[in-house]
Design a protein around this ligand. Structure first.
Ligand code: PLP
Length: 308
């Protein structure tokens, strides 16, 4: 997974040298905010998918935790481009993180410095190639999703992922590939790292922000693509049994992309259906720059990566 260089606090350092002190505030209390972004190969070189949206979400997550980012939107955008070029990547998973650093050990981090780093490496299908083709086995986790009044799910902060990690470990231990979490009201929220959609009688439904989901950028992209393709898309609360009775279920995320779900709690949904397949196909064309309708979602990396 390693690449050569990581951008750290304004300059490129060797992969092995991108380190922090053990008394880093974020290491103890989860006070970091981060993004997961992908760049895809296109005919004009690598292009970052919806980079502006990801950086805006990073800025919103930081604001949620009163964390001043020492770099502007434009600085961070240029840094993402720089990391991809410097590592000669044709496609990449990009991980920017802003964290409360070394200097304060009390809970209130406002006096701690803010460090910012951006790494990029090649990361294939998060839920496996077989998952993308035939669908994954999912299970409702016994862990409830963090609530709107415990930790806001709309920020992408390090500490909140303990919730997803418990759910992911529990379901993988039980022999499933992905967890689906319910909220305190028992309604469907997210996978451990994906948003979820069901298809019933040709209509798509996905849980609303108020259900305590991360407002996924892939979710937003798929909603827009699906509507343009003529499908009705609803944001509404979903009961768990609606997953069992759906015609199709799929999850979306930067890492997972558009991934079909073949069963939930051992209720068979089956091989990917026509709506999932269509959206998977259009998404694939869009991110690789082959669909001019959404060319504005791609941010081409100016310096081409060396051939090879
Ligand atoms: C809990 C959760 N929900 C949804 C998503 C999907 O968000 P996006 O499509 O912006 O990657 C993620 C991934 O970041 C996530 O961690």
């Amino acid at each position: 997974m390693e690449a050569d260089k990581i951008w750290m606090n304004g300059s490129l350092v060797d992969w092995a040298d991108a380190t922090v002190h053990v008394l880093t505030h974020a290491l103890h209390y989860g006070t970091s905010v981060f993004e997961g972004i992908r760049a895809y190969e296109t005919d004009d070189g690598p292009a970052v998918f919806r980079l502006d949206q990801h950086l805006l979400r990073l800025e919103r997550s930081a604001a949620q935790y009163y964390m001043p980012l020492p770099f502007s939107h434009e600085d961070l955008r240029a840094a993402v481009h720089q990391v991809i070029s410097a590592n000669g990547l044709h496609e990449a998973y990009i991980r920017p993180i802003a964290l409360r650093g070394y200097g304060v050990m009390g809970l209130n981090p406002v006096e701690a410095p803010v460090d910012v780093a951006i790494a990029a490496w090649v990361w294939g299908a998060y839920l496996g190639e077989d998952g993308l083709k035939h669908g994954i086995k999912a299970k409702i986790s016994s862990w409830r999703r963090i609530g709107n009044n415990t930790i806001p799910a709309t920020a992408k902060a390090g500490g909140q992922y303990l919730n997803s990690i418990l759910a992911k470990m529990e379901t993988q231990h039980a022999g499933y590939q992905e967890a689906i979490l319910l909220n305190e009201l028992g309604m469907v929220t997210d996978g451990s790292g994906e948003n979820i959609f069901v298809v019933k009688d040709g209509v798509l439904s996905t849980p609303p922000i108020s259900a305590s989901i991360l407002e996924g950028i892939t979710r937003n992209s798929i909603m827009e693509i699906a509507r343009t393709e003529g499908y009705e898309v609803l944001e509404r609360d979903l009961a768990r049994a609606e997953l069992y009775h759906a015609d199709e279920v799929f999850v979306t995320g930067t890492a997972a992309e558009v991934c079909p779900v073949r069963s939930v709690d051992d209720h068979l949904i089956g091989e990917p259906g026509p709506v999932t397949q269509r959206l998977q196909h259009v998404f694939h064309e869009v991110v690789h720059g082959r669909d001019p309708r959404w060319a504005h979602w791609l941010d081409p990396v100016s310096a081409k990566a060396p051939a090879g």
